[in-house]
Ligand binder design. Structure first.
Ligand code: MGD
Ligand code: MGD
Ligand code: SF4
Ligand code: MO
Length: 899
């Protein structure tokens, strides 16, 4: 299959149409004039550029960073990048604006009382915990030279590791850090400390996709590429508001819909901008399925209809040759999942999904599959293209049955052969710019780099050799109890089972149940924070803060949703005293290794470049070397360097990215592997990838169930987390597994108390659903909040509310309300009536009974707890998927109060 190149002209033409109707906000805003003003020195302005992947979402657009007189001033979309062809959304375009706002510089900050204790004879109480946690005010800190602060951290950590084991130390890392930094964080935690308590913000985001892919296909691999969009005959989105969260991908699909009139389906309780965008192009072949939590039943019901009414699209040959578990799946959906049988799980009042609608979507699905079958008639297996792509976002991953959600998508696609061929298949859209890097480098509990588990003895030996660490360290990590993922990590801290925490490029406010879980936990551990902003929430709980360089100030790579490894170049020197995150891992890693009796220089053999910083490309080479023979082999990049004399970063630059794997010269030269499975990788000599990456080489289907018969009783118990004292999820896994197997929600609203004025709702009743997700203008909670342009466009926390619900409650558009859950509350401006509201951005319409707010504005009022009223995760439930560890931020029960 040749690469399907969208001509830039056509792409722009199509997208222009979409763009002009998009989002209400101007797409190509003027750059920040303050940053662009030429200095008044009479000297000519020195201009340079650098190539990078956008620092924000997982689409991974190519951007050109523009620098004037050593400062990053603006972005220009890279017209030669195959992801975005010269387009970017407003966040990417304004990525220069927050570069120098509220930045820290100079020496590290250390809590005064911690420093005083440390300076007592023999370092006083080495386990002393600061008494001033919860405040980041200047008066509580002292500035200490880097090496002194670093030395204190190293000695305290080495002490904890010796006294309590490596697993008493944890790290919360990030899908925004460069891949080189992520790789070394994992080396440091598992290889040097022997700790299995390394988690990352990716845990709140993508791990349902990760564990779903593993269970079915044997590898955490999105098998598709963006070019498959333009080959598809139908695109479905589950829990994915692509127009706000992955705009360039939305524009590409909308463009394709406009040209080829393909059908689209959006499965989402809200009528989002994504939904409206497609309906505006052609509402005759677009369907909105306003589901809430009923996704598994809905997918099973589609399979039921296909089996009963469209059996010509069932791929029996594929099932028999390449799949296990299909018979049980077919029997199960035939018996229990007719459109009529699933009605009790199809939402609720005013957001129901009728049997007719399910049959209509199934018929569209069958038609699109037939188009693919027609194209492949008379051809070899795997030839031809098209069919159905199912994309999903975190509205789909974030469930206590997130892994089952993902498996259910793969089940349906496998049943119909819409898998492992161009133009069809499962496509998880990664959230963060380098969440894929976090997965690739195995920076999570139980994982090792290159798609292998910590339980794999052979791979453990291989990684120990490649990391130059004693094998017993990895054995220790492997035999440490599972910390219960990110939520369990916090619970362990609450139970005094965790002594220290590193927080690198991830904020603790991304985790659920802030007031009863996360913040009390952080008050108990010794916390080392790497940060760029002075008023970041992590600094509230930091014992030591190391000012960091950020994107644009460091070299490295990011991996986008389609497995594309993109270069992100250093464009300018970071502020004085700031260090790259990767360098700080190496420094602390070396020192702690020595204190634990290892040879730090051997483990981290990296040299510093002319700028005094470590050479990231050397680390990248090390990653490629270690990947040899694995599922994610990148050694072709080294082969090419040897034969053609082109350095790895230069290869990534000129090709505008390489899609992993790239196991030999040819693959690297051709830009890597566009599609995976069923030999689409190519049969490279000595490295056959087989059909699928499971042990038996087959897809493993598994029928996932949804059963609401005991919903009330079980959910009642789930709602005790965060409310009942000393009650932990890690001690109640049986309950959670039961809830998972019945595909329930963490909360359940008291629906019988709807329909009355807010004053009349009893204080212990929570009648409405509440969800927390993303808004187009902001990326998470830090940088875009500090960009004048995006901040002006969406300045305040708001909550989307149905007009009838607002009327019942006695709330008017624009009034301030308090959203109260069993665990806490937040304040927000009521955005009533969807697109009719005067409160910005007024883009989505919620169904009756469901409300929604952006978590992005969490600390946009102030991160200082004395003033902070918008903290989204003050209200969320900590309950998590027992396999993926994800929590559900989108099914919370709340009460509304007028302020
Ligand atoms: N503008 C912007 N873009 C971003 C980000 C950002 O912060 N801002 N963050 C990035 C990151 S890290 C991520 S992970 C992605 C997230 O991107 P998305 O997944 O698109 O974001 P969300 O808004 O969290 O959730 C998507 C939708 O899920 C729906 N939903 C809620 N419950 C259910 C359910 O039970 N079933 C179904 N089918 N749908 C449900 C919600 O109504 C919501 O519209 O965005 C990335 N891109
Ligand atoms: N309620 C609710 N909660 C959610 C979600 C939701 O939908 N609803 N979504 C979840 C998802 S999908 C995700 S991915 C997570 C995301 O959560 P995070 O990625 O943790 O969120 P950010 O706000 O990006 O926090 C990044 C932190 O790193 C700092 N930082 C910025 N640049 C640098 C740098 O170069 N170096 C260092 N060391 N620090 C830097 C920032 O100032 C900020 O404090 O949130 C999750 N939490
Ligand atoms: S935020 Fe995402 S879609 Fe927007 S420019 Fe950046 S990578 Fe592209
Ligand atoms: Mo995410």
């Amino acid at each position: 299959m040749k690469r399907n190149k969208v001509s830039r002209r056509n792409f722009l033409k199509g997208s222009g149409f979409i763009a002009s109707t998009a989002a209400g906000a101007g797409l190509f805003v003027a750059h920040n004039p303050e940053l662009e003003a030429a200095p008044l020195t009479g000297e000519p302005t020195k201009r340079t550029t650098a190539l990078a992947q956008c620092p924000y979402c997982g689409v991974g657009c190519g951007t050109i960073i523009q620098v004037e007189n050593g400062k990053i001033v603006s972005m220009r979309p890279d017209k030669d990048h195959p992801t975005n062809y010269g387009l970017q959304c407003i966040k990417g375009l304004t990525a220069a604006e927050p570069m120098y706002v509220d930045r820290m510089e100079g020496d590290p900050y250390v809590r005064k009382d911690v420093w005083d204790e440390w300076n007592k004879p023999d370092h006083g109480d080495i386990e002393y915990i600061s008494k001033t946690k919860g405040s980041f005010d200047e008066e509580h800190f002292i500035r200490v030279p880097y090496h002194d602060a670093s030395d204190m951290v190293a000695r305290k950590i080495a002490h904890f590791a010796k006294k309590y084991s490596g697993n008493s130390i944890s790290l919360y890392g990030s899908g925004q850090l460069t891949m080189e930094g992520q790789y070394l964080e994992n080396l440091f935690m598992k290889g040097v400390l022997g700790s299995n308590t390394i988690e990352a913000n990716a845990r709140m985001c993508m791990t349902s996709a990760v564990t779903g892919y593993f269970a079915t296909l044997g590898s955490d691999t999105p098998p598709l590429a963006y070019d498959d969009i333009e080959l598809a005959d139908m695109v479905m989105h589950f829990g994915h508001n692509a127009r706000e969260s992955h705009p360039i991908i939305f524009w590409r699909i909308a463009d394709h819909k406009k040209k080829k009139d393909i059908p689209t389906v959006v499965v989402d309780p809200r009528a989002t901008g994504t939904n409206k965008g497609y309906a505006d192009i052609n509402d005759k072949n677009h369907v909105h399925v306003p589901l809430l939590n009923g996704d598994i039943s809905f997918l099973n019901a589609i399979a039921h209809v296909l089996l009963k009414e469209h059996d010509d699209v069932i791929d029996w040959k594929f099932l028999k040759a390449h799949v296990t578990g299909w018979q049980e799946y077919i029997d199960g959906v035939k018996d229990n999942y007719s459109p009529e049988q699933v009605q009790d799980r199809m939402g609720g009042v005013n957001h129901d999904v009728s049997p007719e609608k399910i049959r209509r979507v199934a018929a569209m699905f069958a038609d699109a599959t037939r188009k693919r079958l027609a194209r492949s008639k008379g051809k070899q297996e795997g030839e031809g293209y098209g069919g159905v792509i199912i994309m999903w976002g975190i509205g789909y991953n974030q469930h206590i049955h997130g892994q089952h959600n993902v498996i259910s998508i793969i089940n349906l696609l496998t049943l119909t052969g819409n898998l492992a061929k161009p133009g069809c298949g499962p496509f998880s859209m990664t959230g963060q710019p380098n969440a894929m890097g976090e997965r690739f480098t195995g920076g999570l509990t139980g994982r090792l780099p290159f798609n292998e588990g910590l339980g794999n003895l052979k791979h453990r030996a291989h990684m120990a050799k490649m990391w130059r660490v004693p094998e017993k360290n990895l054995d220790n990590a492997a035999s440490s109890p599972n910390p219960g993922y990110a939520v369990g990590m916090m619970e362990r801290a609450l139970k005094d089972d965790l002594k220290a925490m590193f927080l690198v490029y991830a904020t603790h406010i991304d985790l659920p149940d802030q007031y009863n879980l996360v913040r009390p936990a952080l008050a108990k551990t010794f916390n080392v924070v790497q940060e760029i902003y002075r008023h970041a929430p992590n600094n509230l709980y930091a014992d030591v803060i190391f000012p960091a360089c950020t994107w644009g100030e460091v070299n490295g790579v990011y991996i986008s949703s389609e497995r594309r490894i993109n270069i992100t170049e250093k464009a300018a020197q970071g502020p004085k005293g700031c260090r790259p995150d990767m360098d700080m891992v190496i420094d602390k890693g070396k020192e702690i290794a020595e204190l634990l009796g290892m040879d730090g220089d051997k483990i981290f053999p990296y040299k510093r470049g002319k700028d005094g910083e470590y050479d990231a490309e050397e680390v990248f080479r090390d990653v490629c070397r270690a990947s040899v023979g694995t599922d994610a082999d990148l050694t072709g990049i080294l082969d090419r360097e040897k034969l053609d004399g082109i350095s790895p970063y230069e290869q990534l630059k000129t090709l505008r990215g390489i899609q992993w794997p790239a196991p030999n010269y040819e693959a690297a030269k051709n830009g890597g592997t566009q599609r995976r499975y069923m030999m689409q990788e190519g049969q490279w000599e000595n490295r056959p990838y087989g059909y699928f990456r499971t042990k038996d080489g087959k897809v493993h289907m598994k029928l996932c169930q949804q059963d609401y018969s005991q919903r009330k009783e079980i959910t009642k118990k789930l709602m005790e987390f965060g409310v009942k004292k000393d009650h932990y999820t890690i001690d109640n896994q049986d309950l959670i597994i039961k809830a998972r197997d019945m595909a329930l929600t963490p909360d359940l609203p008291d629906e019988e108390f709807r329909g009355q004025s807010w004053q009349n709702v009893p204080k212990d009743k929570f009648p409405y659903w509440m969800g927390l997700g993303v808004v187009y203008e902001h990326f998470h909670t830090a940088k875009s909040n500090r960009s004048p342009t995006t901040r002006r466009l969406v300045p305040e926390m708001y909550v989307e509310m149905h007009a009838e619900d607002a009327k019942d409650l006695g709330i008017k558009d624009g009034e301030w309300v308090r959203v109260v859950s069993r665990r806490g509350s937040l304040e927000a401006r009521a955005q009533v009536g969807g697109t009719d509201s005067l409160v910005k951005p007024a883009r989505n319409s919620v169904p009756r009974g469901y409300m929604f707010g952006p978590w992005n504005l969490s600390v946009a009022d102030s991160a200082d707890p004395k003033k902070n009223k918008w903290l989204a995760n003050g209200i969320s439930n900590r309950c998590w998927d027992p396999v993926s560890g994800q929590v559900d931020f989108k099914k919370l029960a709340c009460r509304i109060e007028k302020i």
